[in-house]
Design a protein around this ligand. Structure first.
Ligand SMILES: [Zn+2]
Length: 269
């Protein structure tokens, strides 16, 4: 029988065997928010879940994917109809409670996989709580970061050339991914280019380039369409290249994460 890689599809006796195998448990964490007039509210959820599931399908010996956490931190998007936001404290408690449950069953390596920019700090703090309360190795990451800069150079330089909107929001990156994963949900005739985000010497909002300053404004102050970037240049072919690069690197990332040792604490008073 093929190894099951979807956490919730196992029976409890199968789960006991899975715990003995010690795969990395992936917890995808997304959101429901506006993504311009051309992409569905569920865009972040679709992308992060697809990356996790395909990674696990290719490496089922070391991976188990939990059901997606569907809602995230999105108050700053509430001016756009349909967005769902959960407050910061509830989210930290909720996400960490899910991961702590997993750790209590004996899984030692848990990864919160974040698909929505504003969830990043929540995912980080939730992972910290899991480590402090259970001793398990629990980390947080965004799949964009799994793209090795050297391996991804051709794809990202193509994005810089074509769009200058980088990863952004509902821009080339997400639109290309959706054209590849769910073309039935993309309305390219409604895609608009909008570059309302502020770019300063010490503040660059656009991923994947780092910024010293962390600041997130209300979305409707910087975008009328909901778009920050240029979705009009996106293609399914580029989306496939991005998806493949991300999954290939993510498989390597997960295998490395699994090698982090569980070392004993010492009381050195
Ligand atoms: Zn998004």
């Amino acid at each position: 029988m093929d190894t099951k890689y979807q956490y919730a599809e196992l029976t409890w006796p199968e789960m006991r065997q899975a715990i003995a195998r010690q795969p990395v448990v992936l917890l995808p964490f997304g959101t429901v928010e506006d993504h311009g007039p051309h992409l569905p509210l569920n865009t972040d959820n679709i992308i992060v879940e697809a990356i996790c599931l395909e990674t696990a399908r290719r490496a089922p010996d070391v991976t188990l994917v939990m059901p997606l956490i569907t809602y995230g931190l999105d108050e700053h998007h509430m001016d756009f109809p349909g967005t769902v936001s959960v407050d910061i404290d509830t989210l930290i408690h909720y996400v960490s409670a899910v991961a702590i449950s997993v750790a209590r069953h004996g899984f030692t390596h848990i990864l919160i996989v974040n698909g929505h920019g504003s969830n990043a700090s929540i995912a980080d703090l939730a992972a910290r709580r899991v480590v402090l309360e259970t001793g398990a190795v629990c980390g947080a990451m965004s799949p964009n970061a799994a793209i090795d800069p050297t391996l991804a150079e051709p794809t990202f330089s193509q994005m810089r050339r074509s769009s200058s909107g980088g990863v952004a929001h509902a821009g080339e990156y997400e639109t290309a991914m959706m054209l590849y994963l769910r073309p039935d949900l993309v309305q390219m005739d409604k895609a608009v280019r909008e570059m309302g985000q502020i770019k300063l010497k010490y503040f660059n909002w656009d991923h994947p380039e780092p910024s010293i300053l962390a600041w997130q404004d209300w979305w409707s102050r910087m975008s009328e369409s909901g778009v920050c970037g240029d979705p009009t240049v996106a293609t399914a072919e580029f989306g496939k290249a991005l998806f493949e690069t991300t999954v290939e690197n993510f498989v390597r990332f997960v295998r490395e994460f699994r090698t982090i040792p569980l070392r004993p604490r010492q009381d050195l008073h």
